[in-house]
Write a protein that binds this ligand. Sequence first.
Ligand code: C5P
Length: 403
Amino acid sequence: MSDLAGKHIVLGLSGGVAAYKAAEFCRGLVKAGATVQVVMTDAAEHFITPVTMQALSGRPVYTSQWDAREGNNMPHINLSREADAIVIAPASADFLAKLLHGRADDLLSLLCLARPIERVPLIVAPAMNREMYAHPATQRNLAQLRADGTVVLGVGSGDQACGETGDGRMLEPDELLEELIAHFQPKRLAGKHVLITAGPTFEAIDPVRGITNRSSGKMGFAIARAAREAGAQVTLVAGPVALPTPRGVQRVDVESAADMQRAVQASADAADVFIAAAAVADWRPASAADQKIKKDGSGAVPALAFVENPDILAGVAASARAKSGALYCVGFAAESHDLLAHAQAKRARKGVPLLVGNIGPDTFGRDHNALLLVDANGASELPRADKLSLARALMAEIARRLG
Ligand code: C5P
């Protein structure tokens, strides 16, 4: 993964128990290709040592504005100008209050104030006890920091080091990384609402059995993440898969094609783009038994009758909003051969402006894929790559077509 290649991050630690997560986050930044300069406050040094952070970042840590290593003796100027972003994790209640007032009596707050505000984003990851987080003073500070252009990340909820339970935990290292990577992606779909289906469907035979397929949902989930990174509001209607929800994405879990269709219909009117990446079962058992179908020992097998599932994509593509161009519909085709011909035929059959073809056995369950984009002007290929890279490229293609 090189999502942060070429990026220089100033990672600031203020005093909080969550400082231990900053060590792992630092490692994640380096693994993602970033160079990292760690700056710590006095209070942070009570929770984790600069030795750990130096070892993980590969650079001596700065802790003082009087650090004489800088030729001009101005570490606050030099460090803030080198940075592509300044990330404060953990950001304590006290440190946030300092930022709010423009206080600058230690190196970290000083370099935040000194940063070129138009060019160097300041991203804070709050971390504190739930009462401190909920306090009107903290909430007021966070609101004002946002108004001043600071990116305030959310917090996690759950058990806290103090023994209490509630909001205020710092985000986990992988969540922080996902947020930072998203921050650097171009906002091509800002203001758009993107509705996505992903994964297989499960069609019940009885309460314990059903019919499904080998779709992993990985492509659809990567598309959801890429759409959110591109600035869109994202609704992800997911069949039964065990994948984590991309950050900032609203997920609706469904089982059957009928459930999926209902969930899609509930969101389609508000959407600007609909991407049907789910592998919807073509048929379902005509009726699902209320009780488990029992083997009676006679050797008789149950006779299953099937009915066809609704075509969710074709239904949405036939709506007035899709036909007027207000809702841009994108279909997927998983084929085993003759991809171009099948994709072209499917595009016409589904009535969608863009159809994305891929080879089923090459994509199901895998982390990589290759896509063939078929629209009214012809076909173009997005060559084999990891699914997130392909999803980002697909977002760029869709944004270009939206104009
Ligand atoms: O007809 P086929 O299943 O090959 O079409 C694939 C495309 O149609 C995918 O975009 C899939 O999500 C969508 N689809 C659907 N509802 C169905 C079947 C397919 O939305 N019942």
